[in-house]
Design a protein around this ligand. Structure first.
Ligand code: AMP
Ligand code: TRP
Length: 335
């Protein structure tokens, strides 16, 4: 009897440096579970990364390899999933072009992430506007069923679904309409310095985030300096954004509820609570940091993983690209 076909999962993070615990708790940690019984693709999206200008080419190259090592260190075993560099696979940009021709500009201008960038006064290149279309291509090229992401990507995913449906309706059913999968806990880890903002590695204030490679000392210092709220009680709640954030971090690492985390600190003050959270993070990141150092100092291993990943991904990508080219009316390529 045939085995039931495994569902396809695809997700990605921009190759802009070392991941934060926000990326880990909101995204990667969930991917690690999915590789056991899904067919998983994890492109390292270097083509998305160049929308942030200016950037240093040598740094981008370094970041891309580093991200691959971080993924593996977090538990994305390359024997069980396809890890590859987006720019190594032909088809992402080509499919994005076709999808772009079916996407109203207004839909792209409405994206919060795009509007935020405008507000911040960043230089706006067309790639930044087109960003979600490239993201749609990443997903639809592999006909993914499911896209596990943090809360902040929900709107982009909605756009991806609309694009898929539009192409299916205009031509004929080509793409699966992918489902977003957003974790219920720790789906949005906030800045340690401003719990009203998302924790982000692009934040100029280094004290606002914890990186996967931070050492125990840095972790303890950053958590000790984290902004807390008025009152003394350790409990989650809308009036306690700072404490709730620290509880979310703890709950993410320990995989227990916010309330269960808070209960451990009943009657204790903020300072001992912060010490407790710091130790949980130190313990959680320790093995990841060690493994990362091993992998990043073995470039031959990393190359072999990325080469095999790109080959596997390219086969899939060409299959879908040929299909879409035919549907939209391009003359078939000569063999
Ligand atoms: P990015 O680094 O923005 O490319 O994000 C990579 C993945 O991490 C996406 O699935 C995001 O939703 C997730 N992510 C990024 N920042 C956070 C955060 N502060 N909390 C939770 N998830 C996040
Ligand atoms: N836009 C995503 C982010 O900033 C990164 C991304 C690019 C992505 N392509 C994707 C996420 C495909 C999921 C699927 O986090």
């Amino acid at each position: 009897m045939d085995e039931p076909k495994r569902k396809t999962v695809l997700s990605a993070a921009q190759t802009t440096g070392i991941l934060t615990i926000g990326n880990y708790l909101g995204a990667i940690r969930h991917w690690v579970r999915l590789i056991e019984d899904h067919e998983c693709f994890f492109p390292l999206v270097d083509m998305h990364a160049i929308t942030t200008t200016p950037y240093l080419p040598a740094q981008l190259r370094k970041n891309t390899r580093s991200l691959a090592a971080q993924y593996i260190a977090c538990g994305l075993n390359p024997q069980k999933c396809t890890l590859f560099i987006q720019s190594h696979v032909l088809g992402h940009a080509e499919l994005a072009w076709i999808l772009g021709c079916m996407t109203p500009v207004g839909d792209l201008q409405r994206m919060t992430q795009f509007k935020d960038k405008i507000e911040k006064g960043a230089p706006i290149n067309s790639g930044l506007l087109f960003y979600p279309v490239l993201m749609a291509a990443d997903i639809l090229l592999y006909n993914a069923d499911m896209v596990p992401v943090g809360e902040d990507q929900k709107q982009h995913l909605e756009l991806v679904r609309n694009v898929a449906e539009r192409l299916n309706n205009t031509y004929s059913k080509t793409f699966k309409v992918p489902e977003p999968k957003i974790p219920s806990t720790a789906s949005r880890i906030m800045s340690l310095q401003n719990p009203g903002r998302k924790m982000s590695k692009s934040d100029p204030n280094r004290a606002s985030y914890i990186l996967l490679t931070d050492d125990p000392d840095q972790i303890r210092k950053k958590i000790a300096r984290a902004v807390t709220d008025s009152g003394r009680e350790v409990r989650p709640g809308p009036d306690k954004p700072g404490i709730t954030n620290l509880l979310s971090i703890m709950s993410g690492f320990l995989e227990i509820s916010l309330e269960a985390c808070a209960a451990r600190f009943a009657g204790e003050n903020y300072s001992s609570f912060k010490k407790g959270v710091a130790e949980v993070v130190v313990d959680g990141l320790g093995p990841i940091r060690t493994r990362y150092q091993e992998i990043i100092s073995d470039p031959a291993y990393l190359d072999s993983v990325l080469k095999a990943g790109a080959e596997a991904a390219q086969k899939r990508a060409f299959r879908m690209l040929n299909k879409v080219n035919r549907k939209v009316g391009f003359v078939e390529r000569f063999p």
